[in-house]
Design a binder for this molecule. Structure first.
Ligand SMILES: C[S@@+](CC[C@H](N)C(=O)[O-])C[C@H]1O[C@@H](n2cnc3c(N)ncnc32)[C@H](O)[C@@H]1O
Ligand SMILES: [Zn+2]
Length: 375
């Protein structure tokens, strides 16, 4: 017989450890406050699904909740990395990666049968890639304080335009799909994913992918300390998004907030990689900037001003300057069966003067779409 009273006490203790009031805990679990109160006083037990969610959030087994028995877990990895490790492949040779469980002081390490090895450094699995030109995070962000400064930045007001704005639109799709494994392509500081992490109410593993080890190291700290959601396990992979260290068909959803464009000349390679790692029937959910009308006066003026910028070729060289139709055609060629684009806002009116008006965020004049591509 299950001792409801003891279960209730354990649940109450777990709830306090998570820092939730009964009301907030109830909200997270999508049950009523009375239900929580009844469990905690031993009058009833949570249903199976809810038990699973509590066990996930508190990072303990259902056994432990129900009868207080603790099963030993091994491996020096955190839960997210341990779960994802069976899908990891070596970016150099494509063979499976195996974890070397750390002995004493050693750090966890992943190796393939050809002897290529990768370390977990500051909680980030490091594939030894370099940051990209124009996004040298380790140059701009010397310490965590500066990183927090960047996080407090509200971002370009344009990105909140449209009703609903693109983040909300992406959230609606995400909530409908409730994927268990999400890969955030070229995540940067995770400003897109931040909106989702605040709202997610189901167990999920999020893989942050970026070239920059520096940004991932601090994302990890930020999304564990400051912006935490106990439903979310984070895995940080410092790797090239155009050569993901993941097996085919291992991911439920690829998310990206402006990430494909950020990959610059590798944009299309990155998108093909996204397709490769997605399970059949799974989705890519991302926003995409696009030209409104090649022949229109407004678009033409913008393009002319843009072409005079330094670094134009690096950024726009390989077809990154495109209209949405061109992109959707490419999605189809990549193999995605259904590609649904929704316009969030249109192109800004071109400026009177003859200089490009934006220093950073050179894409902000373009029209914006949220795209859902199904494999
Ligand atoms: C400004 S962020 C994009 C916005 C970000 N997704 C967000 O929501 O805040 C651009 C990121 O793309 C990363 N990046 C550029 N090329 C990449 C590549 N080939 N693979 C992975 N990340 C890449 C950069 O390191 C940078 O952190
Ligand atoms: Zn290898």
């Amino acid at each position: 017989m299950i001792d409801k009273h003891a279960v209730g006490q354990r649940i109450a203790a777990l709830r306090r450890e998570l820092g939730y009031s009964q009301a907030r805990f109830a909200e997270k679990l999508n049950v009523t406050t009375q239900a929580v109160s009844k469990w905690e006083t031993g009058l009833s037990l949570p249903d199976v699904e809810t038990l699973l969610n509590i066990s996930w959030m508190a990072k303990i087994s259902i056994n432990e909740i129900l009868d207080g028995e603790v099963f030993p877990v091994q491996s020096g990895l955190d839960r997210g990395l341990a779960r994802i490790s069976r899908h990891l492949i070596c970016p150099a040779c494509g063979k499976a990666l195996h974890v070397c469980v750390p002995i004493r002081q050693e750090k966890p390490r992943f190796v393939c049968e050809n002897g290529h090895g990768y370390n977990v450094v500051d909680g980030v699995l490091d594939f030894g890639v370099r940051e990209t030109e124009g996004e040298l995070w380790s140059l701009f962000l010397k310490n965590y304080e500066q990183y927090l400064e960047e996080q407090r930045h509200l971002g370009n007001p344009r990105y909140w335009q449209g009703a609903p704005n693109f983040r909300e639109l992406m959230w609606q799709a995400l909530e409908r799909l409730q994927p268990r494994t999400i890969l955030d392509m070229a995540c940067g500081t995770g400003s897109g994913m931040k909106y989702m992490i605040e709202r997610i109410h189901w167990p999920v593993t999020i893989l942050f992918v970026d070239l920059s080890h520096r940004i991932l190291k601090w994302n990890r700290k930020y999304f564990t300390d400051e912006w935490k959601n106990p439903y979310v396990d984070l895995v940080c992979l410092a790797c090239d998004g155009a050569k993901l260290p993941l097996a085919n068909e291992s991911i439920d959803l690829v998310f990206s907030n402006g990430g494909f464009e950020s990959m610059q000349v590798k944009m299309r390679d990155g998108f093909r990689e996204a397709y490769r790692v997605l399970k059949p029937g799974a989705h890519a959910l991302y926003n995409m900037s696009a030209i409104e009308d090649w022949n229109g006066e407004n678009s033409r003026k913008w393009i002319r001003l843009l072409q005079e910028l330094d670094g134009f070729d690096r950024f726009f060289g390989q077809g990154n300057l495109q209209d949405i139709q061109t992109w959707l055609t490419f999605c189809g060629q990549t193999g995605f069966r259904k590609n649904d684009a929704r316009k969030v806002y249109g192109e800004l009116p071109a400026p009177e003067q003859d200089v490009f008006p934006f220093q950073n965020e050179v894409l902000q004049w373009m029209a914006e779409y949220v795209v859902l591509s199904e494999k």
